[in-house]
Design a protein around this ligand. Structure first.
Ligand code: PFF
Length: 448
């Protein structure tokens, strides 16, 4: 029999676990900070409500209606659209390949935090430490491999006994930890500057790039466009309420993203560091911040545990996409399928992990064109695949499956879908038009 979630709460925590990840803890604070503060946050909210939530509902509905992995879900409704499912399955390989590289760094930093290795407050020294890691192939492969082993061990136990069980422990723990860190941050003298940085309203900063970044962040953060939600939705029972899930999951995700902003930027400002973005913020600036803080050891350990939990509950959802495809479509068994797929993804991931080392030797080893393999995977999945997948999902549910059938599926659990008229218009016209434009723009930028 096909596995399924053992409780509604378990499903919500697992789906929120997929959504809450490095995108919230690592990307959101920086993106908000550098894209006009609350102007970005405001755009994020608008896209979340008009595009993210309607698409999340569409994905969960498609999954539950068909009870199939992402490929089978599209195929069973209309053969001609199987390619959308295939894109999701293929995309999940590349997504996890680079995500696990960062997961490996997180594990390394967790070990360093536990060993009390962040004793210097000098970001230059810590920057050197980070680039040393990026230039140690053996260590990179080892930690990425360890992260993949943990991901595999959970996924091979299945939905209820693996993914759901782990999410039920890790998600509440994650929430408690992030609240502790945010309170510590906000009670530091001078921390208000960080809050201002995050929320200062600067409309002049809104331009096409900011709009694209905010929309991209909605897709990445909600795990939309690649099949995770279709897959997770396929393990739902007919009497589970899809409407409330599509509100609760994005609310948890956004709440954690905002908390992540409050758990990082205030302390960065309080101790006078530069709010640099990307890897720098989490792996260089924050260790310096913890070293400056009373009881910094304790907070650094909590922080990296938190990031590790967030990354792991996301990576398992990425691996579940191809695993469920092979089990459903090729009748393979979960145990060998999970192991073989994890090995293939790891092999794809190693060049990505090795490609960002700043030394020339590694650069020439792993560069396609002028960008390294890590960025190729990242940009291909985040900028191309997720918006394209979201666009095709809206066209599919809006016009191929049809909103009437989707609404019937949503209401089959006994709820009345009061906003069905608005949702139908959004999913049929507004979402595809807007996401389509953004998608074309990102193709154009990629080709330039
Ligand atoms: N939502 C995850 C994050 O914010 O880190 C990333 C992610 C997970 C994207 C699963 C896509 C996905 F299918």
């Amino acid at each position: 029999m096909r596995d399924k979630w053992s409780s509604k709460l378990g499903f919500i925590l697992a789906a929120a676990g997929s959504a809450v990840g490095l995108g919230n803890l690592w990307k959101f604070p920086y993106e908000a900070g550098s894209n006009g503060g609350s102007a970005f946050v405001l755009l994020y909210f608008i896209f979340l409500i008009l595009i993210g939530i309607p698409l999340m509902l569409a994905a969960l509905t498609l999954g539950r209606k068909t009870k199939k992995s992402v490929f089978g879900a599209y195929q069973s409704v209309d053969q001609r659209f199987s390619f959308v499912g295939a894109l999701g399955v293929i995309g999940s390989f590349f997504l996890l390949a680079f995500y696990s590289a960062v997961g490996g760094w997180v594990l390394y930093y967790l070990k360093e935090a536990l060993l009390n290795a962040f004793t210097t407050t000098n970001p230059d020294v810590l920057g050197l430490k980070f680039s040393e890691l990026l230039n140690s192939p053996l260590e990179l492969i080892m930690y990425q491999g360890f992260f993949m082993v943990l991901t595999t061990v959970i996924v091979l136990r299945g939905i209820s006994a693996g993914i759901e069980k782990v999410s039920k422990i890790m998600m509440p723990a994650l929430f408690i930890m992030i609240v502790i860190i945010a309170i510590r941050n906000l009670t530091l003298p001078g921390s208000f500057e960080g809050v201002k940085f995050l929320f200062a309203f600067d409309v002049s900063k809104i331009n096409l790039d900011v709009i694209m970044n905010a929309l991209g962040q909605v897709f990445f953060s909600l795990s939309i466009g690649i099949g995770t939600l279709v897959t997770y939705g396929s393990y739902l029972d007919k009497d589970d309420d899809l409407l409330s899930s599509s509100i609760i999951i994005p609310s948890i995700d956004t709440g954690i993203a905002l908390l992540a902003g409050l758990a990082t930027l205030p302390a960065v400002f309080a101790f006078g560091f530069e709010p640099t973005g990307g890897p720098g913020l989490m792996f260089i600036t924050l260790p310096a911040v913890f070293a400056s803080m009373p009881f910094g050891y304790l907070f650094s350990v909590i922080f990296f545990f938190l990031v590790f939990f967030a990354a792991l509950t996301s990576s398992i959802s990425m691996l579940e996409i191809p695993v469920s495809y092979f089990i459903d479509e090729k009748n393979t068994r979960r145990l060998p399928t999970t192991i073989v797929l994890a090995i293939v993804i790891m092999l794809l991931g190693i060049p990505a992990a090795l490609s960002i080392g700043p030394t020339e030797a590694w650069k020439s080893f792993a560069v396609i064109g002028s960008i390294n393999i890590f960025d190729v995977y990242d940009q291909f999945t985040s900028n191309v695949l997720l918006p394209t997948g979201g666009f095709l999902l809206s066209i599919f549910v809006g016009h191929v499956l049809g909103t009437d059938q989707a609404i019937e599926e949503i209401e089959s659990s006994g709820v009345t879908f009061r906003l069905k008229g608005i949702w139908s218009i959004l999913i049929q016209y507004i979402v595809p038009a807007f996401v389509g434009l953004i998608m074309l723009n990102s193709y154009y930028e990629l080709l330039l």
